[in-house]
Write a protein that binds this ligand. Structure first.
Ligand code: SIN
Length: 323
């Protein structure tokens, strides 16, 4: 691909990558989502005029400015629509998105599900604020740009600490270290080394049918359903499920123990909720591997998704089913 012939898009949503602290040595007491996406671009190593080799003109857009713990459906709706519009432009080669680390995997899975594209959409982030003595954001952004313009890059990807992850497997696994993301058993899709992409797996596959219907509903402003997550643990009871059903929840994902096991009281409550019309999915709270469902299970499994991603998929499924 002649990357210089293309236009590229950088969307800012906030996060620690755009955060600042009063004291450069303080990587804890800082405010996320302070610097504009233009400022992040200016701070790229070597200056913005020394973009990674081959990158054509970049369009910068501030889509949101949030700490990603506060990520919500309104920002997701705008972000998906801005991506959809840019990706539909034949002149656009791909998109990079700056995002907070805390809910990055949820946004990545959401975009993977709703964007019908073979172009790359690369999310990146930072664990240290931009004002840190040694910030990781500029290198991560530079690496994300290198992935976006890499020949053949496609699908929704996450780039952090020199690793490239697919939207399905990636999880934040560490609250502090720079190497905060992992794809567990699947391993990273590849690495970025001195601006060069080295792949260990294929680029990711396309999204589900439900989700493509759901994006139309999002664009039309159809209200999002309520889907919550409950967890199995020693001493779990029916109380949480009963309260959620009482408050009108439409979907429930349970973060089950081990291979989908549930305390009998929670199991009964979930089966009652399902019989009453609540959509229920079972995911495992184990961070590695995936559940192997038993034939005849009363509650459907989440097809290998983590609890937070199973929630995103169930949201989209229920949204698509709304009339
Ligand atoms: C956030 O998720 O927006 C703050 C934390 C981070 O980006 O590491």
């Amino acid at each position: 691909m002649d990357v210089d012939a293309k236009k590229w898009v950088l969307l800012g949503t906030g996060g620690t990558i755009a955060g600042t602290a009063d004291v450069a040595s303080d990587n804890l007491r800082y405010c996320a989502a302070q610097l504009s996406v233009q400022a992040l671009w200016q701070a790229l190593p070597g200056g913005p005029e020394r973009r990674p080799e081959g990158a054509g003109p970049w369009v910068l857009e501030q889509v949101a400015q949030v700490d990603s713990k506060d990520m919500d459906f309104a920002v997701w709706a705008v972000l998906a629509q801005r991506c959809q519009q840019h990706l539909a432009d034949p002149g656009v080669g791909g998109i990079v998105i700056t995002h907070g680390t805390d809910t990055l995997e949820e946004t990545a899975w959401f975009l993977h599900c709703v964007l019908d594209t073979h172009k790359p959409v690369v999310l990146t982030c930072a664990m240290r604020p931009a004002s840190a003595l040694a910030p990781d954001g500029p290198q991560n952004l530079r690496d994300a740009v290198a992935v976006a313009i890499a020949p053949g890059a496609c699908g929704v990807l996450v780039v952090c600490a020199g690793e490239i992850h697919g939207a399905r497997a990636v999880q934040k696994v560490h609250p502090y270290r720079l190497h905060a993301f992992s794809s567990g058993d699947a391993g990273p899709l590849g690495w970025v080394e001195e601006g060069q992409v080295r792949l260990s797996q294929n680029w990711p596959l396309a999204q589900s049918h439900h989700a493509l219907v759901a994006i139309k509903k999002i664009v039309d402003g159809v209200p999002w359903p309520r889907v919550d997550i409950v967890m199995n643990y020693a001493g779990a009871s029916a109380a949480m499920v009963a309260a959620l059903v009482h408050s009108g929840v439409q979907g429930l994902v349970v973060a089950a123990t081990g291979n989908g096991t549930l305390h009998y009281a929670l199991q009964e409550a979930l089966e009652r909720a399902q019989a009453g019309g609540v959509a229920v999915r079972v995911a495992t709270r184990c961070p590695l591997g995936q559940m192997l469902p038993h034939p005849g299970d009363m509650l459907p499994d989440a097809q290998g998704l983590s609890p937070v991603k199973a929630r995103v998929s169930l949201l989209l499924e229920l949204l698509a089913a709304q009339t």
